[in-house]
Design a protein around this ligand. Sequence first.
Ligand code: NAD
Ligand code: DAU
Length: 360
Amino acid sequence: MRTYLVTGGAGFIGSNYIHYMLKKYGSEIRIINLDALTYAGNLENLKEAEGRDNYTFIKGDICDKDTVSGIFAENDIDRVVHFAAESHVDRSIRDPEVFVRTNVLGTAVMLNCAKKAWELPDGGFKEGKRFLHVSTDEVYGSLEEKGGYFYETTPYDPHSPYSASKAGSDMLVKAYMDTYKFPANITNCSNNYGPYQFPEKLIPLIINNALQGKKLPVYGDGRNVRDWLYVEDHAKAIDMVQEKGRLFETYNVGGHNEKQNIEIVNIIIETLQEMLPGTDPRRKLVSKELITYVEDRKGHDRRYAIAPDKIREEIGWEPETMFRDGIRKTIQWFFEHEDWMQRVTSGDYQKYYEEMYSAG
Ligand code: NAD
Ligand code: DAU
């Protein structure tokens, strides 16, 4: 039975990936989820996996060498899927240091522990071991409004402390591959959306605010472009890269779905209006009048867009979920998980939210 060590599995993409893998492979695989449970980690996301014999949760920090090497010593890990990171750009602008610690140092610890556990006396590595580093398209910087895409060959040009720290982590993975022939891949993905996304990110934040009749904060002129991908399509891409990708390669993963932020906000409002029955009291609250232009994000990248040609040609992966379907599924999920939203928007997150938007 193949054993996966997933880091950051209690976060948004990690928990969707674990659900995807357990559904696809059932008891053919074993998953160990290492997560520090920061503000973004939520074990509630994994309720359905808890109690399965082939799923184990370990609360621990990826920067803690003893914890990580202990996991490798006690388990014959075949695959590492490394999601754990600080992931929110606005937080990185306010507090860069924790991003450097988790994203750079944490990745270095993960790489070094995997290398030590997997290396053979001749300097090679045990057969079949693979490390996948989940990264972002933000490392490539910003595109012009019209024309051009990010390719795997696009030079790195990160702008925010978040993307700089992810670029640093990618460089470490590349260094391990170049120096030791360490068996790894990197995936650089565009913006994800879907169930379990923490409501500091644009799509869940707008859904949550609109349903409560709160202002919908749009940064700057609202015309920055992101390339949205349904999270389950991302989970499938990660699995396919580990199964079929060439070792040492980078694969860009994107949704072929560029939209301006203001378009996203309008689509969410219109979809909520269609989906909410007239008798639902929230129906009256949802309105385009809630849209509020606020101060722009510092250093706000104008446009991201991925050309996922390499992953399609080499591996046969393509985005499957059309945005109009993905956004309906996402909104339906939030309708059915109001209690989840209530719990994650209390406490620490509430404090951060008030500080962040107090000027808006
Ligand atoms: P998230 O913020 O929802 O989850 C991050 C998880 O990592 C949380 O469960 C958190 O508790 C855990 N974590 C943080 N610090 C840790 C530490 N020191 N030790 C162990 N666990 C720790 O993030 P996400 O949106 O699910 O993103 C996952 C990965 O995918 C990140 O590496 C991110 O850079 C990358 N990515 C995200 C997107 C996106 O649109 N969300 C797109 C491309 C790439
Ligand atoms: O591109 C991949 C990246 O996508 C990931 O690496 C990051 O982890 C992930 O957080 C995401 O980064 P973005 O900064 O693009 O996502 P966010 O949801 O924060 O913002 C999307 C766009 O919406 C961006 O242009 C900023 C804007 N925005 C965001 C928020 C939270 C607003 O206009 N208003 C808001 O309140």
